[in-house]
Design a protein around this ligand. Sequence first.
Ligand code: HEM
Ligand SMILES: [Cu+2]
Length: 503
Amino acid sequence: MANQDFRICSESGLKVYKNAETLIKWNVIAALATLAVGGLMALLVALTRWPSVHLLGLTEYYRFLTAHGVDALLAWILFFEMALVYFASTVVLGTRFRGVVVGWISFALMLIGGALINVIIIMGRADVMFTSYAPLKADPLYYLGVILFAVGALIGFIMFFVNVVYAKRDGGFKRSLPLGSFGLAAASIIGVLTLAHGAGIFIPAFLWSLDFIGYIDPSAYRLVFWGLGHSSQQINVCAMVAVWYMTSAFVVGGKPVNEKLSRTAFVLYILFINLASEHHLLVDPVLSTWHKIVNTSYMMHLAVLASMIHAFAIPASIEVALRKQGFRSGLFEWFKKAPWGNPAFAAVALSILLFGFLGGITGVIFGTEQFNIIRHNTFAITGHFHGTVVAGTTIAFMGFTYLLIPCIFKRQLIWKGFAQIQPYLYAVGVAMLSIGMMSAGAFGVPRRHYDITFSGAPFSFTFDPAIDMFMSMMGVGALLAVAGGVLFILIGFGSMIWGKEVK
Ligand code: HEM
Ligand SMILES: [Cu+2]
């Protein structure tokens, strides 16, 4: 094999090739930058939903809500996932990036697409929220931006497989991929399928916005859109779980007790998660009740089973590793002596806990046909998915950033004390945000609503006074989470710029 320039990471012993390193760096930088924008939007939107503040005007609320959804869910998460799939298909396997030009093309497409979307939203030409449900229509450039961004991400996922094929040829791994990379392979497979749905819906929407197509059926739009919108959450879950395994391996040397079981669980995601997209259509009249019940009361649990397996396998792998290090006394010494002051470890522990109890359980409950009707489009749903994509995925990715900074950016973290508390601060904030939203939603408070006091409406309506407490809980949680988010961005960029060099 060509004698490319590489170095051995002193922290992990991994072999890092220069060309992979640069590409990973820039994807992480873009991820952090878009998270910062998404977080600013989150603050403004949350302060508007908090009735005692009610910050923004009507138009700005919907505009910034659209930007928040796009920058946080689409841009931050996918840029970081590009960094992850590149890391797992090169650094983890000790090989270089094949066809690195294509990796840069993918990055450029995502950057241009993401910038285009943001500009069009801020110009007020796409107040359609990130779902852009037909018949809401945005400027054609908005759909074009989404298409460019998605094509870029699709190329990135494909490059994962290209790298893996070459790594196999060059002996980067023997029979089967290491578990972390295996999880990201599952993520990439789902990624390719998902982005195909994305093309299936955004290309027609683009043509429709240009008046080449006269009409888009709203039900058909929702069906295909959620083939993209829900399945892409499963990319996030796979990537998050892969990060759980990799962090447990890097920080405490954790190895799953039964690796085959963990691998099988990833395969369950690939096979069954697309079915769960249907929980977004449960109040639509298109599908029959029988169909909905069979899907959401039976089939969906095959994917949930996978998460349950990981939720037991990872803490168990950590326990076994720590016991091997000598923390054997009693049932819980290993738990007490776990590296809680290591922000990467703390983030993963918090991510597992909150993803399971806030995001996962509520997802299973709200996703059943029978219960969905009373939670659909309430603030409870927003509470649910801040439990998954924020408390779960975002916190896990934040934790992994703390590992990438020494390993890929070759810098030590600045502000170590703040870095230690950052995951806790963010997690407490997001937990309050999510529980506040879910509780308010239980009293019928709607999501995506500018003014729940309905001032000036022809009919008067007041919610149960209990919601005041829950909306304040959401507001205070938002402030804490934003503080944790700002800290993360400062530590992240600060370390890249001013951190002491790692030799
Ligand atoms: C500081 C952290 C965050 C806070 C305080 C926050 C707060 C909020 C609030 C208040 C809403 C508005 C809900 C409504 O009015 O219906 C919202 C919506 C949303 N958030 Fe966040 N959020 C945060 C982080 C994130 C992150 C990291 C993600 C993605 C990974 C995310 C994804 C979303 C999505 C997809 C929506 C729905 C937008 C829509 O309905 O179109 N949020 N968030
Ligand atoms: Cu879903």
